[in-house]
Design a protein around this ligand. Structure first.
Ligand SMILES: Cc1cc2nc3c(=O)[nH]c(=O)nc-3n(C[C@H](O)[C@H](O)[C@H](O)COP(=O)(O)OP(=O)(O)OC[C@H]3O[C@@H](n4cnc5c(N)ncnc54)[C@H](O)[C@@H]3O)c2cc1C
Length: 653
């Protein structure tokens, strides 16, 4: 079956939905949202104690500016300056659109949108409507799109991007990515009798359809299916592999974020979950032999509690917060808590839980420290008896949120692990979010790798909304509806019609465990090389077996590309940065930071900060079957001519 639309939007998370709305507002109505499910993806299924949206400050007397916000993004390292400026410049417009759609972002009686400080944020630019900010963004956008009668087709799984490749100018395997023009995409479509039933992965009830399009807005989210220990919603595997397979250029792939999250129901345990200072308990697999394992590292009961408090707003694992010159406790930063949880869960094979029902051993005003006490006092929670009491006072919705998912933290412990949460990297695009090497392909939202090494919490959601505005604007300025820039017959060929095989579950588990082992927050060259070997072997088998499992095949391709990117980063000598540290058993000089992993000393390789001035680009070459990595200097923040008359004149042309 074949269809044709002017602009095809793949994915219906906060970014894809916003793109459809912005296109419609720009007068482009021949559009279609093709998606696995309106209930799928990260945005509608995820959150934290106070899920954050990042924008320019719109309150009080502390001056903020677009330039200053762009600098915050840029200073995170390895982010292109023009993207930083575009994300800052459009943040108010993107935010106000959500306000107009009815999202209840807190404003005072005069209409000032109050803000707070989030991770890597020098101001108070963050805002939130509670645990479900991104879910409510999706719901508001869906309501609006339904009102506008924008067509949405669910039950479609993107299988392939259709690209009319340019003739290559080089004969040999040159380190230049392929280029071309998008023509649409192929999808597996759930047969009618299983439409709407996502749990049914039955192998043979799929048809293949082709949707031809002048532009494709690719909004399929982050690589949710890559890691075993993950806080991405289980329903979300992502589809960046489809674009990688087609040769789309990617950037900063090694820069993922990891942090503490509950795993029964997947949710970040950031903010108040940590600020109320719960007990950290570990048990055997069967729940026996509970102990407060942090005490093992403390000189006296309660010594480490300031680190637990700090995890509230230092949520992602941060290589700079492990061993410090002037750490909060004996040269330790708050990310040591993640490492100790890792030791317990991975190296010792135990399970780790948060217990809100009782104070941790040694809990006292003196031991939690001045900062924590002042915070709790201001929140009128300091004198409450238990972490649960403090949480009830400070954020009762957080308790209710778990209750809604059948976990009663009033009566039971909450199991946690250090989980993959977000990828700062992704597909590479320009300031209009158009792919750098595939014309007409607009990767937006988390599948786009605009962010650098560090990004302020909440900037992922901002980026997706800004990208929707920018991409829609570019598309609206592009060729008219009738101008077709490709021929239809170049895109048809016979296709396999099997999505999953009977053994897909084991295969998925294996690849995810490998990625968690090798591409997680603790990285070692030997582990990465071994994992890559396994992945490549598996890829080879899959090819000879005739692509028996399409989704796993794309995940395997994704794993291979990500691991190659991580290996290249390590080989280049970047060292430990962002949300991952690089470890070696060779402890060679006194300057190295040394940590203990279950009694074994290992050295943490220091960061070579020169690389913050570069962006790592990666691509799979479909013609040669190779994966190429390179460093490109990052573009500075532009200083455009902002003189009104001049910009106005240009606009009128
Ligand atoms: C626990 C957690 C907490 C977070 N907290 C914050 C926060 O506080 N602030 C912040 O800014 N960010 C946060 N993030 C990140 C943020 O939520 C995501 O980056 C963002 O929601 C991604 O939106 P998206 O529209 O790009 O993708 P998604 O919302 O993931 O949507 C992807 C869409 O693509 C569809 N799709 C996927 N694969 C296919 C396929 N093969 N075929 C067809 N359709 C497909 C899906 O069904 C879905 O509709 C958090 C993430 C997690 C996991």
């Amino acid at each position: 079956m074949k269809k044709h639309v002017h602009t095809l939007i793949i994915g219906s998370g906060a970014a894809g939905l916003a793109a459809a709305l912005q296109l419609h507002r720009n007068g482009i109505s021949d559009i279609l949202i093709a998606t696995e499910s309106l209930a799928g993806g990260t945005s509608i299924n995820t959150g934290s104690d106070k899920q954050t949206y990042y924008k320019l400050s719109l309150c009080g007397n502390e001056a903020d500016s677009i330039r200053s916000m762009a600098e915050t993004f840029f200073n995170g390292g390895s982010m292109h300056g023009d993207l930083a400026l575009a994300e800052a410049a459009n943040s108010v417009r993107a935010f106000m659109n959500l306000v107009e759609l009815g999202l209840p972002f807190p404003a005072d009686e005069f209409g000032q949108f109050v803000g707070y400080k989030t991770d890597h944020d020098p101001r108070q630019r963050a805002t939130s409507i509670g645990p479900y900010t991104s879910r409510e963004m999706c719901r508001a956008l869906i309501r609006e799109l339904q009102k506008l009668q924008v067509p949405i087709q669910e039950g479609l799984f993107v299988k392939e991007l259709l690209i009319d490749y340019d003739t290559r100018k080089t004969e040999v395997n040159a380190p230049i990515p392929p280029s071309g023009k998008i023509c649409g995409a192929r999808f597996f479509q759930r047969s009618e009798e299983v439409q709407g039933n996502l749990a049914d992965e039955n192998a043979d009830r799929w048809d293949v359809i082709e949707i031809l399009a002048e532009n494709v807005v690719f909004a399929v989210g982050g690589p949710g299916g890559l890691y075993r220990t993950s806080v991405y919603p289980k329903v979300h595997t992502g589809a960046i592999g489809v674009a990688l397979q087609a040769g789309a250029l990617a950037q900063n792939l090694p820069e993922s974020q990891f942090g503490l999250a509950s795993i029964g129901f997947r949710w970040n345990v950031s903010g108040t979950f940590m600020q109320v200072v719960p007990s950290f308990i570990s048990t055997e697999q069967d729940g026996s032999n509970p102990k407060e394992f942090l005490e093992e590292y403390a000189n006296f009961p309660g010594e480490l509690l300031p680190l637990v408090f700090l995890k509230g707003y230092q949520w992602p694992f941060d290589s700079r917060k492990t061993v410090l010159k002037n750490g909060v406790v004996r040269n330790w930063g708050s990310s040591m808590v993640d490492i100790w949880v890792y030791v317990e869960t991975v190296l010792r094979g135990r399970r780790v839980w948060l217990d809100f029902r009782k104070n941790p051993t040694g809990y006292s005003r003196e031991n939690i420290g001045e900062e924590a006490w002042n915070y709790l006092e201001k929140s009128e929670a300091a004198n409450l008896e238990t972490p649960l009491g403090r949480l009830e006072k400070m954020n009762p919705e957080a308790i209710q949120m778990y209750a809604d998912h059948h976990i009663d933290i009033r009566s039971e412990m909450l199991e946690i692990a250090v989980c993959a949460q977000h990828n700062n990297g992704g597909l590479a695009a320009d300031v209009n979010w158009e792919s750098l090497n595939i014309r007409g392909l607009f990767p937006i939202g988390e599948v786009n790798g605009s962010h650098g090494v560090y990004r302020p919490g909440g900037s992922a959601l901002n980026s997706g909304q800004v990208a929707a505005i920018r991409a829609a604007g570019k598309i609206a300025r592009g060729p008219s509806y009738d101008a077709k820039s490709f021929t239809e017959n170049q895109t048809t060929e016979p296709l396999p019609s099997v999505l999953e095989t009977v053994d897909w579950i084991n295969e998925r588990r294996e690849l995810q465990e490998r990625m968690t082992r090798a591409g997680g927050f603790l990285r070692r060259m030997e582990t990465i090389e071994n994992a890559l070997c396994e992945t490549k072997n598996r890829m080879a088998q899959i090819r000879t077996a005739g692509m028996q499992s399409q989704r796993n095949a794309y995940l395997l391709r994704t794993e291979e590309v990500y691991l190659e990117a991580i290996r290249f980063q390590l080989q280049s000598g970047v060292g430990s940065r962002g949300s991952a540290i690089v470890l070696t058993d060779k402890i060679s000089d006194d300057e190295q930071n040394v940590i203990e992993l279950d009694g074994k000393k290992v050295a943490v390789l220091p960061e070579n900060e020169t690389f913050r001035n570069f962006v790592q680009e990666t691509w799979f070459d479909p013609e040669y079957g190779t994966i190429v990595n390179r460093w490109v200097p990052r573009r500075d923040i532009p200083e455009p001519d902002s003189w009104f008359e001049n910009v106005w004149r240009m606009k009128k042309k």
